[in-house]
Design a protein around this ligand. Structure first.
Ligand code: 5GP
Ligand code: ZN
Length: 138
């Protein structure tokens, strides 16, 4: 059983204690839709094992997160018509991290989209997120 922090939001998603639109999973990682999407299809990849940031994450978990993010980026291109992708990982409040369980943002980009980084999160349309998640799911 992977290490878990009872106070961690993303550990609760891993445990199925709070709902998420999961689009991919493997032994070490899960990927799910961000509830405040920067663009259509914005997803997060996390290790199942709790680790606060890049300093704490097991290196095999980091590799698994990278591999999962790569697969998801390919699906964003193939299924959502993404023209580009930003992989973003923030570590520490000074670097804009707000949820302290390591995560990689996989943000599809569309030619001419209005996104400016860093983005200001705002609540997405849950039906739209679920529908996009279904398009992305393995
Ligand atoms: P950070 O700012 O730490 O790099 O990113 C945290 C991300 O987690 C944000 O993009 C935020 O929208 C997302 N997030 C926060 N709470 C939840 C949640 O309960 N469910 C999901 N799916 N995403 C969340
Ligand atoms: Zn956690």
């Amino acid at each position: 059983m992977a290490a878990s922090d009872p106070d961690c939001l993303f550990c609760k998603i891993v445990a199925g204690e709070i709902p998420a639109t999961i689009v991919a999973e493997d032994d070490r990682t899960i990927a799910f839709m961000d509830i405040n999407p920067a663009t259509r299809g914005h997803a997060l990849v996390i290790p199942r094992a709790h680790a606060r940031d890049v300093h704490e994450i097991d290196s095999e978990d980091l590799k698994a997160v990278a591999a999962s993010a790569q697969q998801l980026a390919a699906r964003q291109r193939a299924r959502l018509g993404a023209d580009g992708v930003n992989l973003i990982n923030s570590n520490g409040p000074a670097a804009w991290q707000t949820v302290f369980h390591f995560h990689m943002h996989v943000i599809p980009r569309y030619e001419g989209d209005p996104l400016k980084l860093p983005w200001v999160p705002s609540q997405g349309d849950m039906q739209d997120i679920a529908a996009t998640g279904a398009e992305l799911a393995r």
